[in-house]
Design a binder for this molecule. Sequence first.
Ligand SMILES: *Cc1c(COP(=O)(O)O)cnc(C)c1O
Length: 374
Amino acid sequence: MIPVNEPLVGESENKYVMECLRTGWISSEGHFIHDFEERWAAYCGMSHGVAVSNGTVALEIAIACLDLKPGDEVIMPTFTIISCAQAVTMCGLKPVLVDSDPHTWCMDVSQVEEKITVRTRALMPVHIYGHPVDMDPLQELARKHNLVIIEDAAEAHGAEYKGRKSGGLGDLGCFSFYANKIITTGEGGMVLTRDAGQAERLRALRNLCFRKERRFYHTELGHNYRLTNLQAAIGLAQLERIDESVTKKRWMGAAYTERLKNIAGLQLPIEEPWARNVYWMYGVVLDDVFGMDAVEFARRLGEQGVMTRPFFLGMHEQPVFQDMGLFLDEHYPVAEHIARQGLYLPSGMTLTEAQLEQVCEAVGRVLSGKGESH
Ligand SMILES: *Cc1c(COP(=O)(O)O)cnc(C)c1O
């Protein structure tokens, strides 16, 4: 089987982790944490980085540090991972959804303004599968309505919008460093900000709201969302290789597109003129003409030795939120279509050209009807 997404771990990771073991700095103190925070923030054009245990809690404390009131609203795409909507509900706030752009699969920014109410406090754009959201219209709405922008850049390390790095485009930038992300620490995440006070608040929320002046004296509740020095050591080594990793992903994107572009009815990822897509995952969406949904497509590709993953299912279609009385009778046709017809092809950091060729041949066979086993 050609794996769907494998990380690449090299010599420097080994060296830095061994340094942690040799010196005994294995918990959440140690220079790798600070180096990783500082250098990742700088790479993204932000001033402060606060490393946390994963991307989901990065979103959670990014929202929590805004000190919003229960029932305040955050606008986000329906087509994303559950972490986004979950982080909002965990903070006692209300997620408000918008549909996807049919070409980039990111939130359709032209549908945001109609969702703004007197309770709206923040916008949460999510850069889907490595392609950035069109940020300028969101910035304009944020200025006009006094909203905070929390970017979820967990799928877009190194992606650019008009020459600026994702994660540095809003007020707060959130990342995941899970094993399948472009930079990984195994499990990990980070929140970026330009505001020193906000950074301090994020650090407090990460570490049980211990107070500097009087330890074990608490005026509020926080979390233990700390990252370890061991994980940050891996992250620093990965960060030192990011140009190479982004080049690899962009090569993969171009190579897939070159080989698949002539299959009529197969929608491929795009790169808007203002964007630098990092093709975190190479997604494809099947036209209804094939009479096959993504589940069936995935099954047939599996028979040909190609592993795939389905697209997200929109938040408005999640029973857990329906049970909470959220998104009842809401419909988002683009998100519903791509959720049913989309999947992503093997996109791992270790994917070879020969494997990529095999994947494209398998796709060709299945879609020409020659890949049917029964
Ligand atoms: C992976 C991901 C997350 C969550 O990150 P974890 O580290 O797995 O908690 C959040 N948002 C998006 C868009 C992601 O792809």
